[in-house]
Design a protein around this ligand. Structure first.
Ligand code: APR
Ligand code: PHB
Length: 408
């Protein structure tokens, strides 16, 4: 480690560290990237604005595609996932008060695994620290400079108040949608594509056994609902609500009543109710920036794109991005060749846009848009009936859901 004066007059006590990749953000994207680089023998330093406890307990989605599970196992972060993750061979689409199963195993030979994102994050952090990796939590005032040069820098204040600078060959902006990295790209150099949806999701985590074995997506006259789970005694449930709704307006009774009504199937038992452990309302948005790179700054995961949660693609896309980035960085560090780095954005964006389409399509098919007219409702129902009855249509949903192979 190079330490000492950095030579900037008003800053005398700055710790300067050299590393190959400065990674901003210790979510799934940043953490998986650090692991992939370490496995190839390259070093990186991770900066995270929040505390370790915060990132390990932030409740997010929890469906891992088949390629994500494979990659987490390959990097040695799959041991608890294999033990505690719930492997599912399908999902159900619920409408007309009936369950319609999409059999992923039969249609694609693949499965998905239900395992909370914060559990993935816990496993990745533990494995990273056990292998001597460096993660600065609670950092503040992160600033980038020189992204157009071949030695960009990331300045920050660490959790103990020490001013530091990372000098790197590359900066990986893995700092999520609200991160600091993306705004460093000059406005004219990025093209933004986005859609806001006229509804939001109210999500709860409840101490109650899931009432169904697999993830169920329900479409009906009262709006969309989703039943998922985290373990045999913790259930995760979502309701479509208005984007302007406040969580205070949703009492426990109202939440359970609405969930029961929207998820009801003829002849089925109701939900198992229990104490609500966590609750929140999240807006829904589709968002992509192109390209995902400027100079030596590479954006990955939510820093570059957002999907609505219908279909649970967010974490999976983040992992797929950094798999591509790690391969490109390996070529660059080992040979000096920039061809894979130059192709990073295009290669990621192919998969990103597939997931953008899939998430938008699932969202549009399942939700009740305010003011939707009877024509649109009939189209949604027709599409749902087609998806569950045509092998071609269900295979299309299934292969997107379990995750298309990397590079396709
Ligand atoms: N400096 C350092 N870290 C930052 C900064 C900053 N200025 N700003 C944000 N971060 C951190 C956040 O606290 C967060 O831990 O960057 C991390 C980004 O992680 P995620 O938001 O989890 O994004 P990503 O790794 O791309 O994973 C995408 O996360 O948001 C969900 O639904 C999304 O499942 C998807 C997944
Ligand atoms: C979840 O379990 O949190 C979940 C499942 C499926 C989704 C989104 C979230 O589409």
């Amino acid at each position: 480690m190079l330490s000492g004066s950095y030579g900037v007059k008003h800053r005398t006590d700055v710790e300067v560290t050299r590393t190959q990749v400065a990674i901003v953000g210790a979510g799934p994207a940043g953490l998986v990237l650090a692991h992939l680089l370490a496995l190839r023998g390259f070093d990186s330093v991770l900066l995270e604005a929040r505390s370790r406890h915060h990132v390990e307990h932030r409740v997010r989605a929890g469906v891992l595609e088949h390629p994500t599970v494979q990659l987490l196992c390959e990097i040695g972060a799959g041991e608890r996932l294999r033990r505690e993750g719930l492997e599912h061979g399908g999902i159900s689409l619920r409408f007309d008060r009936a369950d319609h199963r999409i059999d992923f195993a039969a249609l694609t030979g693949r499965s998905i695994t239900v395992y909370g994102q914060q559990e993935v994050v816990k496993d990745l952090i533990a494995a990273r620290l056990a292998r001597g990796g460096e993660i600065f939590f609670d950092v503040d005032d992160v600033r980038l400079s020189g992204i157009d040069s071949d030695e960009p820098e990331v300045a920050f204040t660490d959790g103990g108040g020490v001013a530091r600078i990372l000098r790197a060959a590359v900066v990986a902006g893995c700092d999520g949608f609200h991160g600091v990295c993306r705004p460093y790209v000059p406005p004219g150099a990025l093209r933004v594509f986005e859609r806001d949806y006229p509804f939001a999701w109210l999500g709860i985590l409840a101490k109650a056994a899931p009432a169904q074995e697999e993830v169920a997506y329900a479409h009906g006259d009262r709006g969309f609902a989703l039943a998922s789970m985290r373990s045999p005694d913790v259930t995760r449930l979502y309701l479509q609500v208005a984007p302007e709704d406040a969580i205070d307006g949703w009492s426990d009774d109202r939440i359970w009543e609405e969930l029961n009504a929207r998820l009801a199937v003829d002849g089925g038992a109701g939900l198992n109710e229990g104490p609500i452990l966590e609750r929140g309302i999240a807006a829904m948005r589709s968002f992509v920036v192109e390209p995902m790179r400027h100079g030596r700054l590479f954006l990955a995961g939510d820093a570059a794109h957002i999907v609505p949660p219908t279909g649970a693609k967010g974490m999976n896309l983040a992992v797929a991005d950094v798999a591509v980035l790690a391969e490109a960085l390996e070529r660059f560090f080992a040979t000096g060749r920039t061809d894979l780095l130059d192709g990073y954005s295009d290669r990621c964006l192919r998969r990103v846009w597939r997931a953008e389409h899939f998430s938008w399509w699932m969202t549009s098919m399942l939700h009740l848009a305010p003011g939707a007219d009877p024509f649109e409702r009939r189209l949604q129902l027709s599409q749902l009936r087609y998806v569950v009855s045509s092998p071609a249509a269900s295979t299309s949903l299934a292969e997107n859901y379990v995750g298309l192979p990397y590079g396709s």
